[in-house]
Design a protein. Structure first.
Length: 278
């Protein structure tokens, strides 16, 4: 029987809807052989997830997703198979502080646009977890300004939309090096989201590998089969390990299911061989 995994998921430690332990148990329920927790700019949920994995009998790979500075949108996934994730915590804490300063700017901009919401309402939606744009989106939905979280992002909160504010970020080299120095494996996340053609991606991967990049997320929820094939060929060309995942956020992205994305994602268990502690 084929075994499948999901190496890109988010919990309430960042902008997902499930607690870390809850997500791990859900991954087990959905029949996955392994799951990686890759919250944005935080490793706070990983110890809980690892304990839940031991209890539920599913392999959990500690990870993180770091947004880095690029012309479009670039994220670097970091995997810590030897459980050395605590070494990157201080760097991530500084990045989260920047995010906390960004949220009031978004709320103020929405106020200027005529949407009456407050940071207190946003924090209430976060229920003590890291506050992010999904919680702002939930307030907009609750107050009837939009019909869904997706609509809130499409109209106001996504990159290029009127209430979007860019975060202060590490450079790609800094992000990669921070992961390496913490004993992790840096992987380029969802290359499709870079919005560059394959020739430019080819050049970029060569440059990033010189900076220490070790892998590429070739399997991803939004890829077409042709795109996945192209990313796999580039992985071979540049001698990069391959990962893949759904970018699961729970009910915040209800059309994406853990492990299978929109229904056609299959990330082979064999990819874990390159993410073992050595």
């Amino acid at each position: 029987m084929e075994k499948y995994i999901d190496l890109h998921t988010h919990t309430t430690a960042s902008d997902g809807s499930m607690e870390p332990a809850e997500l791990v148990r859900y991954a087990k329920y959905r029949g996955l052989a392994a799951v990686a927790i890759t919250d944005h700019d935080t490793v706070d949920g990983l110890d809980e997830a690892l304990a839940a994995g031991d209890e539920a009998g599913i392999e959990v790979i500690p990870g993180v997703e770091i947004g880095v500075d690029f012309d479009t949108e670039m994220h670097i996934l970091g995997y810590f198979p030897c459980r050395t994730h605590s070494k990157i915590a201080d760097t991530l804490r500084a990045l989260r502080k920047n995010r906390e300063e960004r949220n009031p700017k978004i709320v103020n901009k929405l106020n200027e646009m005529g949407f009456s919401i407050t940071m207190d309402e946003v924090k209430k939606e976060a229920q003590g977890n890291v506050v992010g744009r999904p919680h702002i989106a939930k307030v907009l939905v609750k107050k009837g300004f939009v019909n869904s979280i997706e609509e809130a992002f499409e109209k106001y909160l996504a990159n290029g939309r009127p209430a979007y504010f860019k975060k202060d970020k590490l450079s790609p080299r800094q992000g990669i090096q921070e992961i390496l120095q913490a004993g992790g494996i840096p992987v380029l996340a969802h290359p499709k989201h870079l919005h560059i053609d394959m020739a430019h991606l080819d050049t970029l991967l060569r440059e990033l590998k010189m900076k220490g990049l070790k892998g590429i997320e070739a399997y991803y929820v939004d890829n077409t089969p042709i795109e996945t094939g192209s990313f796999l060929r580039l992985a071979i060309k540049h001698d990069l390990i391959v990962t893949g995942g759904s970018d699961f956020h729970g009910r915040f992205k209800p059309n994406i299911e853990i492990g299978i994305g929109h229904g056609n994602l299959k990330v082979p268990y064999e990819l874990l061989e390159n993410l073992r502690c050595r």
